[in-house]
Design a protein around this ligand. Structure first.
Ligand code: ARG
Length: 459
């Protein structure tokens, strides 16, 4: 096929170079957005009297028939085409003749591709927000179910203080709410139309950019034509929001992997979301969570790749920028895939509350509460802290825990110790008394669940 730009050339492009230059393999996924942009552009050309109403009618019919045929698989994408924009324009002209050649008046592929990516990412961002909402809902439901389940909370992966297991889960729900916020912020800045920036300098035709922007559902137009065609901040912003989201999913995955191990055994994943080993018959591996953790790397990598691609580019468009699409599309695909597996994996996960409780009984997890007991009876906290430290050391020596350490031994350290201490340091009390705002008690978890569910309705 002759190139549309073949006019000034006397030789054909080398075959390998042609292949190297082509983006059709990865930009054909934007065909619907490309046609949508062209339909709006044609409508504007008509309104402004730049192209006749008769020609625009032909163009629009032609574009719609191409869209239908691509949707239905009647028309196949020509893998030899240079990119999706050239392919559709060539197909249009082959369908409607001369009128097709008028579509590209007062437009360039540079503003065309910038519009297409924005439209595409806007849709995908919405899809991803919906998936995050589903996940946040499942997390909140699981947290509610497990509000009364006592588990150890950790710092440095050492047992630290007792918490409601639901409290730990709700930490992830808060992260997901922020992820939605970040994506929405990125979409807000992305949702302006570069169409009409043309190659880089605008045009001498009497175009109406606000009109096409409105037809395409943009909130306004880009204010500088050079920026309009060379800006890819919106890809970077979205990709960095995705990178943070994946970091959250990866941390969650890491905990799920740990919790599934025999060393913890806090949860049991459903068979549908685990795999076996080819050699070890006893194995049940949390491959889905491991893959989510693993795929986080490529989402970070895509962000770094595009940042690096853009950093040295003079204004305005350079072909380097064609590299934006594989990076951002891969991030979109990866995030969608991960969320689609992660959410049902979590929904079907069973929490083994006896085990979380048992784990909470070990590790002197109520030592802070014992220090608080003394503090509330008048001992300064720092002194109470030291006293309890000495008692812990003695317990370890005698293979006891704070709950089984005899009262008469306690009283050797301080006469503030009384029989009521045992009740005060019971796991149930330790969790339930942590009723400060955002604390680990079951009542606080229920409040958090209500908050998240309310927020999810708003976003
Ligand atoms: N396929 C190109 C891209 O994705 C479209 C823009 C081409 N513009 C140009 N001046 N060569 O970036």
């Amino acid at each position: 096929m002759d190139k549309m730009w073949a006019g000034r050339f006397s030789k054909k492009l080398d075959e390998k170079a042609d292949d190297f230059n082509s983006s059709i393999r990865f930009d054909s996924r934007m065909y619907a957005q490309d046609i949508r942009g062209s339909l709006a552009h044609a409508e504007m050309l008509k309104k402004q009297g730049i192209v006749s109403a008769a020609d625009v009618a032909l163009i629009q019919q032609g574009l719609k028939s191409i869209l239908t045929d691509l949707d239905n698989g009647v028309l196949a994408i020509d893998e030899k085409a240079e990119d999706i924009h050239m392919f559709i324009e060539a197909e249009l002209t082959s369908r409607i003749g001369e009128a097709g050649k008028r579509l590209h008046t007062a437009r360039s592929r540079n503003d065309q591709v910038a519009v297409d990516i924005r439209l595409y990412l806007r849709d995908k961002a919405e899809e991803i927000v919906a998936l995050i909402k589903d996940l946040a809902t499942v997390v909140a439901d699981k947290a509610e179910e497990n509000a009364d389940v006592i588990a150890p909370g950790y710092t440095h992966l050492q047992r630290a203080q007792p918490i409601s297991f639901g409290h730990q889960l709700m930490a992830y729900a808060m992260m997901l709410l922020r992820d939605i916020g970040r994506i929405r912020d990125a979409v807000k800045r992305m949702n302006v139309s570069p169409l009409g920036s043309c190659a880089l300098a605008g045009t001498t035709y009497p175009t109406d950019r606000a009109f096409t922007a409105e037809l395409l559902g943009f909130d306004g137009v880009t204010e500088n034509s050079i920026d309009g065609v060379s800006d890819r901040d919106f890809c970077l912003e979205l990709m960095s929001a995705f990178a943070v989201l994946m970091m959250h999913l990866s941390r969650f995955s890491e905990e799920i992997i740990l919790w599934s191990s025999w060393e913890f055994k806090f949860i049991e994943l459903d068979d549908a979301y685990t795999t076996g080993s080819s050699i070890m018959p006893q194995k049940k591996n949390s491959d889905m969570a491991e893959l989510v953790r693993g795929k986080t790397g490529r989402v970070y990598g895509n962000l770094m790749a595009l940042l690096t691609t853009l950093k040295g580019l003079p204004l305005a468009y350079n072909k380097d920028m064609q590299e934006d699409k594989e990076a951002v599309f891969d991030s979109v695909d990866t995030v969608v895939m991960c969320l689609e597996v992660f959410t049902p994996m979590l929904a079907t996960m069973k929490v083994l509350s006896k085990n979380t409780y048992k784990a909470a009984q070990k590790g002197f997890i109520n030592a802070t509460d014992l220090a608080d007991y003394l503090t509330k009876k008048g001992m300064p906290f720092r002194a109470a802290y030291k006293t309890v430290g000495q008692i812990v050391a003695d317990c370890i020596e005698k293979d006891l825990v704070l709950d089984t350490y005899p009262l008469k031994d306690y009283q050797k350290y301080s006469d503030l110790f009384e029989e009521d201490l045992y009740e005060q340091i019971s796991l149930e009390t330790c969790v339930e008394k942590r009723n400060s705002a955002g604390g680990a008690s079951s009542a606080s978890v229920r409040k958090q669940v209500a908050y998240v569910k309310e927020e999810l309705k708003k976003v």
